[in-house]
Design a protein around this ligand. Sequence first.
Ligand code: GTP
Length: 439
Amino acid sequence: MLLKTIILIGGPMKGTRFRPLSLETPKPLFPVAGFPIIHHHIEAAAKVEGNKEVILIGFFQPNEALNKFINQAQLQFKVQIRYLQEYTALGTAGGIYHFRDQILAGKPDYFFVMNADVCGDFPLQEMLDFHRSKPSGTFCTILGTEATRQQSLTYGCIVENKATHESKSLAGQIMHYVEKPETFISTTINCGIYLCSPAIFSPLEIEFKKNLEQNYNCDQDHQRVGYDYTTAPAKEVIRMEQDIFVPLASSGKLYVYQTERFWSQIKSAGAAIYANRHYLKLYRKTHPERLAKNGAGKPQIIGDVFIHPSAQVNETAVLGPNVTIGKNCMLGDGVRVRDSVVLDGAVLQDHCCILDSIIGWNSTIGDWTRIEGTPNDPNPNKPFAKMEAISTFTFDGKLNPSITVIGSDVQVPSEVIILNSIVLPNKELSGCYKNQIIL
Ligand code: GTP
């Protein structure tokens, strides 16, 4: 059997809620639990037997960081990895249709589609087994999970056909799909991970042709009224959720495979802390060697902690739980870090304390300084409680309490407190800040 995996990595206009961290690095390459977000996707895909190729589709200009990542990941996972660049944002299915010849080359039996902005313990093999047990002609299996009623409104909501529940080969058939409904539809939500049969290209083609036709008719109207084409979306845009899943939902050719494993979107920096915690926890099962251990001459480790081998951490530091320390970081005497990500090259001077925060690349935190955020994760003890979609600002324009994010190359002096704040790159702070965005 031949399989492929497509990862939708978006482009420079995406990931805005992830700023300032996405100013330095494309969000899909942001490190979580010591590795770029999409490294975790590729690792999961490479484990499925028969998966020979991973295709990244996005509209970033190819860049050194992406090329380097691809080269390293190819060597590590022994799969071919390619980046295909859309000439403009084509939507979550437009790129797949545009590059159909490359996807279908070699005649894959099935292909996975993975949104880059999610994290999880992806049950890809289980999805494959499930999909193969369905009638031939099935277009797609969507990975689904349970959310609360309130949370479900910000996701794609799936209604399963209960009448088919008893039949093994039809169980999980989708009857109804609504993207971000205004009123409650279902607590089963779309995880942004799909397994498609090549037959999916026929509804994609129909949608593509319909778009072109409609746009042709619109063009003629627009030409009459002098329409501005520079701001119009590309005619080739196809949205997998609204344009494909919604109309196909009642066709009996879409299925949902439900998972109870860890899964979340990674939209905000706060969600990166959540993802970090869960990927570290997953390492207990998948990569115990990546987790730091206690021992003579080593810092004190509490719970799950990842320390890059090149980092220098003083033995009097106390780290954890849920901490990642990046490449070439330096942590001085008595440093305390909990529920945080410290990115490559950061320096934490003696006795500083970092809680629920992200410290940017090459930033320096002065001694006895306290950097603290508020986790916006509703229930850290409930194993797979989903992240709430909390916006940066309250209705009256105040900053919602959030994790603290220190951008890259920021200098924070000694003996100050930075609380629930976001600091943009290249700043030299001179005092204490609370609930502020420091531009
Ligand atoms: P928002 O809540 O508005 O972010 O919507 P969403 O959660 O449905 O996410 P969205 O559809 O914007 O993106 C889902 C995934 O597809 C993300 O990983 C994006 O980076 C990716 N994506 C979105 N639009 C495009 C596109 O035009 N081209 C490509 N290649 N990827 C895209």
